[in-house]
Design a protein around this ligand. Structure first.
Ligand code: ADP
Length: 160
């Protein structure tokens, strides 16, 4: 049986923190699908197609990782894909409370699919897409926060 994990998120845009979680997840599961969620309430900087393209580019060296987008409820999507697990990253205690709520709700919706949490790599514990966007706006150096194609895409967004 192929063990599939879904790595859900906004990825607006993908950072080295995300990539670290994806890569580590891909070592444990046979297949990892990164699912880009279209959360309109977050007013994303990059549209879903742009976020998917950037993820495809920065994960192309990972044979067992694929990228998808999703408008449905996560647990319905995961069931449809026959996934065994959801992978989420944890940075700080502040992530914990929110993740506990979501995970309890997800378990209520579908108890067959487990959620696994991976602790951030220490060097990325303060890294988020929001911080990256904030810094990129002021044209500061973000080369150690995001992969080169993402750096380029951000420069393009904030040009002019
Ligand atoms: P969401 O809007 O669902 O929180 P994000 O794109 O912000 O989506 O994050 C997707 C996943 O990646 C989440 O599980 C989040 O905790 C994790 N993540 C984001 N940044 C980091 C980081 N620097 N280190 C570890 N995990 C991270």
């Amino acid at each position: 049986m192929t063990r599939l994990a879904i790595c859900p998120g906004s990825f607006d845009p993908v950072t080295y923190g995300h990539l670290d979680i994806i890569q580590r997840g891909a070592k444990v599961f046979d297949q990892v699908t990164v699912a880009v969620f279209n959360n309109q309430s977050k007013a994303p900087l990059f549209d879903v197609n742009e976020r998917v393209s950037l993820l495809e580019e920065v994960t192309k060296h990972l044979d067992n990782v694929s990228i998808d987008s999703c408008d449905d409820l996560l647990m319905e999507y995961a069931e449809e894909k026959n996934a065994q697990a959801i992978i989420r990253g944890l940075r700080a205690v502040s992530d914990f409370e929110y993740e506990m709520q979501i995970t309890s709700m997800n378990r209520k919706l579908n108890a067959k699919i487990e959620t696994f949490f991976m602790m951030t790599n220490n060097q990325y514990s303060f890294l988020s897409s929001s911080i990256v966007k904030e810094v990129a706006k002021y044209r500061a150096n973000i080369s150690d926060l995001v992969p080169p194609p993402v750096e380029e895409a951000l420069k393009e967004k904030y040009r002019g």
